[in-house]
Design a protein around this ligand. Sequence first.
Ligand SMILES: *Cc1c(COP(=O)(O)O)cnc(C)c1O
Length: 378
Amino acid sequence: MNYPAYFDYNATTPVDPAVLEVMLPYFSMHFGNAASRTHVFGSKAEEAVANARKQLARLLDADPKEIVFTSGATESINLALKGVWEANRHRGNHLITVSTEHKAVLDTCDHLAQLGAEVTFLPPDQEGLITAEQVEAAIRPDTLLVSVMLANNETGVLQPVQAIGEVAHKHGVLFHTDATQAVGKLPISWANSPIDLLSLSGHKFYGPKGVGALLARKTVALTAQQDGGRHERGRRSGTLNVPGIVGLGEAARLAHLHLPSEKDHIAALRDKLEAGILSQLPQTSVNGSRQYRLPNTTNIAFAGVDGELLLLSLNEIAVSNGSACTSATTLPSHVLKAMRLSDDLAYSSVRFSLGRFTTEEEVDTAIRHVARVVNQLS
Ligand SMILES: *Cc1c(COP(=O)(O)O)cnc(C)c1O
């Protein structure tokens, strides 16, 4: 079988070969439990975890002691939101987030609302952006936490998290950001940011699946969501996934190394793809802010084209459209709906996300293929 060209890096990335290589010895030769203090098997594993923690801290300009390793961004987000709410309920009961967040945030907020929390879901503008003023207007005396993602997974739109965090702190409110799509794609400085909690995932930046981290300031009261051996300074019990963490660390090291040049290179390919499609197909437009956007993502609406047929026909490229399949029916993307696109236009929208291994030939193929398919269908 001939594989399609991969344009779905925001869904997941391949493990970088260099990452796989450093992981392998930790499955077999250095298989020890990082919590075993009495022999060399344990100390080997513990050293490797400490090294990975330093590598991730270096990428994010963070304190290694404030890194909690988890199973991925979904777990990190659950720990951040539920952990803050549980630990701080005596101080308040109100959370603020945005309707274009990832389901890991939205569904966690719904869960907390069922337990009695009050949640405000801010609407973005048509470009997918919210403002710090909107956040400030929603803050109440009982607000505990604001959660706003750094970069949107469907549109790539970047929220003004610096200004939002400053507003939150001005009112004594904690600030969490889901930075899963931004880590490795944009420089992030935890040390100089008004962010109290930050979630990330290995498999979105060439690390393995099933490992991620929550950055949480030492001063943040956080109730652990798993009880057990009090690993990770009591914030996340469970034997550490040593090979996964080693892979996450190496992925962070590579990201730190490549980020400055990779960012511009991928942006140039994305811009070529976007310009190629827009110029050949007059009925197309870009969803979301083009000014405040990740360098690797473009979300394009193909007006007048049946969305389901479009995705079925685009068989030379691997892309996605953000619509959610339930058992009975397919729902249009909640992100595009929140940006006031019609159902039809939301269904007819396609996300192209590029990455480290995207080539110029693949971009040329995609432009030709998309133009041919869309012309056939319209
Ligand atoms: C992928 C993703 C998640 C979930 O990450 P997992 O590690 O797969 O649980 C959360 N938020 C955003 C923005 C994502 O892109």
